[in-house]
Design a protein around this ligand. Structure first.
Ligand code: PLP
Length: 347
C-alpha cells in the first residue's frame, strides 16, 4: 500500500510548521499550576480578549473542556440538552455519566442545529419525577452535522430561553473560529450568549496540543478544581501553550483557505456519478457513496491504496476535512484520485 500523501481524515493531523516549532522552542515557561507560566498566562489573556470573558483556563484537550464545564454546571442526576450528533454524546466515552453523573437529552436538529422551540420543549417541568435540566450545549461548528454554522439568531433565542429557566449555556467551540472566519461575526458576539465557551488549538488552528475554556471569574475558579481532579493541571505547559499562541496569531485568518479548498472539493465531488455531496459551510465536507454500492470503509480503503485518506462513518457517509497541511493542488490531486476510484467501482 502507498503511504498517505493527502490526508483528509481530520484537521487534527496537522503538524506544527517550522515557524511554530521555532516559536515553541523559545517559549518562556514556569509552573502552570502556580499560575507562573508566562506563556500560558499570555494565552489566557489572548483567549479572554478574543471571547470577551473575565477569565480562561488552558486545558490539554477539548474533551476536557467539555467535561470540566459539565462538572462545574451540573450535579448527579442532572440533564444536559444537546443535538443528537453532539461530540460530547458520542465521542467522549460517556464522560457526562462517568465524571459528573449527568445524563444527556438529545434533540433532532437539522444539520446538528436545533431551534429555541425544540429546546424549550425539552426543558423538564419542575417536578420530583424528572431530572433537572441544568445545561444546554451548542457545538459550533457542528461536526457530524456537516461543519454547519449555528446562526447567531438561533443561538440568541436558545440563550434567552436558557436564561429564563436558569439553565447554563455551554458552547463546544472546537471549530468556533471556522464559523467566525466564514461569517465575519466576531467570536465575542457568539461568546456573549454562553456561560462557558472553549476553542481547540489542535484542530484547524494547527497547534500540536491544547484547548482553552473561558467564562466568568467564578466559573473558572471552579473549573480549576476539576482541571486538577481530572489530571489536567500541568507544569511547564508554556511549551505547548506557545503553539496555541502562535496559532492564534498566525493561523486564524488562513482558515478561509481551508473553506475555499472544501468548496472546491465539494464542487468536484458533486460531478462524480454515485457520490452525493452535503452542503459545505466550512472545512468539513460530508458525502455519501451509497450510489456506488459500497460502504464508506471500503471506499476509504480503496482511496488509501492510492495515497488519499478520508474518514468514513459506519455506513455510507464519508467525511473529508481540509486543513493547514493540505494545499489547493493536493485537493485537486485528491479529486483526481477519488474520480478514478469511483470510475473503477462503476465499471
Ligand atoms: C475534536 C472535538 C472535540 C474534542 O476535542 P479534543 O481536543 O480532540 O479532545 C470536541 N468537540 C468537537 C465538536 C470536536 O470536533
Amino acid at each position: 500500500m502507498e503511504a498517505i500523501r493527502i490526508d483528509l481524515c481530520s484537521d487534527t493531523i496537522t503538524r506544527p510548521t517550522p515557524e511554530m516549532r521555532k516559536f515553541i522552542s523559545s517559549a518562556e515557561v514556569g509552573d502552570e499550576q502556580k499560575k507562573e507560566d508566562p506563556t500560558v498566562n499570555r494565552l489566557v489573556e489572548m483567549v479572554c480578549e478574543l471571547l470577551d470573558k473575565e477569565d480562561a483556563l488552558f486545558l490539554p484537550s477539548g474533551t476536557m473542556c467539555n467535561q470540566v464545564a459539565i462538572r462545574v454546571h451540573c450535579s448527579h442526576g442532572d440533564e444536559i440538552v444537546m443535538d443528537k450528533t453532539a461530540h460530547t454524546r458520542h465521542y467522549e466515552t460517556g464522560g457526562p455519566a462517568a465524571l459528573t453523573g449527568a445524563s444527556t437529552y438529545t434533540l433532532e436538529g437539522e444539520r446538528g442545529i436545533f431551534s429555541a422551540d425544540q429546546f424549550e420543549a425539552a426543558i423538564r417541568p419542575d417536578n420530583n419525577h424528572f431530572p433537572r435540566t441544568r445545561m444546554v450545549l451548542i457545538e459550533q461548528t457542528s461536526n457530524m452535522g456537516g461543519g454547519s454554522i449555528w446562526p447567531l439568531e438561533t443561538i440568541r433565542g436558545i440563550s434567552q430561553t436558557a436564561v429564563k429557566h436558569g439553565i447554563a449555556r455551554h458552547m463546544d467551540g472546537a471549530r468556533l473560529l471556522n464559523a467566525v472566519i466564514a461569517t465575519g461575526i466576531p467570536a465575542r458576539e457568539y461568546a456573549a450568549h454562553f456561560d462557558s465557551i472553549w476553542i481547540d488549538f489542535s484542530k484547524g488552528l494547527g497547534a500540536p496540543v491544547g484547548a482553552a475554556i473561558a467564562g466568568s471569574k467564578e466559573f473558572i475558579k471552579e473549573a480549576w478544581r476539576w482541571k486538577h481532579q481530572f489530571g489536567g493541571a500541568m507544569r511547564q505547559a508554556g511549551i505547548i501553550a506557545a503553539g496555541a499562541v502562535y496559532a492564534l496569531e498566525h493561523h486564524v485568518e488562513r482558515l478561509s483557505e481551508d473553506h475555499e479548498n472544501a468548496r472546491i472539493l465539494a464542487k468536484g465531488l458533486a460531478d462524480i456519478d454515485g457520490i452525493r455531496v452535503e452542503p459545505v459551510e466550512t472545512n468539513l465536507l460530508f458525502f455519501d457513496v451509497s450510489g456506488l454500492g459500497i460502504t464508506g470503509v471500503e471506499f476509504n480503503r480503496m482511496l488509501m491504496a492510492e495515497g488519499v485518506r478520508v474518514s468514513p462513518t459506519p455506513g455510507t457517509r464519508v467525511r473529508a476535512v481540509t486543513h493547514l497541511d493540505v494545499t489547493r493542488s493536493q485537493v485537486e490531486e485528491a479529486l483526481d484520485v477519488i474520480r478514478g476510484v469511483a470510475d473503477d467501482i462503476r465499471t
